[in-house]
Write a protein that binds this ligand. Structure first.
Ligand code: SF4
Length: 344
């Protein structure tokens, strides 16, 4: 049997017991099979309403972990490749983040931790316990304003670029921001240096978006003089400033849909999404990548390993589902629910 027929057969046999979710950065061969494709926020929002016994998440591990946290009792969340880790999420180990937060607490400053959804469940749990929350690239400005209204300052994890770009969009002065030095087990930075700042940023970044350069934008503008350059806010602030617009994957998709026929759009994000948009809108619109940058971990999920997973579920031999210990899941859920409430 081909992977396609295995997947179709399992979907038919399992019916409403199975629901497949896929992130926009997955390849077409995988996304063709999912029930819902979306960005992190769109997918997280749907989890509490799903009735299926088996939820299969095609993305990276933190997404499946968030789904497991938001799923109801009796539901199992599976992912074809549990070793598909987000490089950015890995840049914020929870033990180190807890140590840094403890230093702020001991110093007497009420710092609210706000984590980008691209983070481990343990980081989300820390945010839940310490009065903070979670954000996505689509709602980062709303959530940063929310967090700033609740304490003396905000620790934004793990993406310094999303933090800087969001702060720029809110007009927060550069002088009130500080990128943390997390060396020496979180002891390297001076608390006094952070005292005068409202936004403290963890020094993480995305392995895909950090590759985009202003020189590439310049070259594209020379090649396509009438183009619009649109990028994801995980790109550096310099790249975002040199672009014509920045926003989440949903924003990029919408801009391509709404652009008039004959437009040329240069898109700076993961190549699977850009290639899909280019194919969808050809020949009326020209959509090209700012440069080809792909996520090696998103690419670990294939039609073959999706078929193998569904075959096992159908045969009653499902692998262990994604599990999050209750002492982590509970505060992490609180952090996620605060975001869903604020952004309802
Ligand atoms: S594209 Fe970047 S942020 Fe998204 S999963 Fe890959 S490394 Fe993580």
């Amino acid at each position: 049997m081909t992977p396609t027929s295995t997947i179709s057969q399992a979907k038919q046999a399992l019916g409403n017991d199975l629901y497949l979710l896929g992130h926009h950065y997955q390849n077409d061969a995988v996304l063709d099979h999912v029930d819902l494709r979306g960005d992190s926020l769109e997918l997280a929002r749907r989890i509490p309403d799903l009735a299926a016994r088996y939820i299969v998440f095609c993305g990276v591990f933190f997404m499946a972990e968030s789904a497991a946290i938001l799923a109801t009792e009796g539901q199992e969340v599976h992912t074809p490749r549990a070793d598909a880790m987000c490089v950015m999420a890995e840049m914020a180990p929870s033990v180190l983040a807890e140590r840094v937060m403890q230093r702020f607490l001991d110093h007497g400053r009420k710092i609210i931790p706000l984590t980008y959804v691209n983070s481990s469940a343990a980081i989300k749990a820390m945010c839940g316990r310490l009065g903070g929350s979670v954000c996505t690239s689509a709602n980062a400005a709303t959530m940063l304003k929310w967090a700033m209204s609740r304490g003396d300052g905000v620790l934004f994890l793990p993406d310094k670029n999303l933090a800087q770009n969001t702060a720029d969009s809110l007009g927060l002065p550069r002088t009130s921001r500080h990128i943390l030095d997390i060396r020496k087990d979180g002891e390297a930075f001076s608390l006094e240096a952070t005292d005068k700042t409202d936004l403290i940023m963890w020094p993480g970044c995305c392995a895909v978006h950090f590759r985009f350069r202003t020189s590439q934008i310049k070259a594209m503008r020379t090649h396509y003089p009438d183009c619009r350059v649109l990028v994801h806010p995980e790109c550096s602030p310099e790249v975002v400033k040199a672009s014509d617009g920045a926003g989440s994957t949903s924003y990029l998709i919408r801009e391509c849909q709404e652009a008039p026929e004959g437009s040329t759009l240069v898109i700076g994000t993961e190549i699977n999404l850009v290639a899909r948009l280019a194919a969808q809108h050809a020949p009326g619109k020209t959509i090209v990548p700012l440069s080809v940058s792909s996520c090696a971990n998103m690419a670990k999920t294939t039609q073959d390993n999706l078929a193998a997973l569904l075959h096992r579920i159908q045969a009653g031999d499902a692998p262990d589902p994604v599990q999050v210990a209750p002492e982590i899941a509970e505060p992490a859920k609180l952090a996620l629910e605060r975001m869903l409430e604020v952004c309802a």
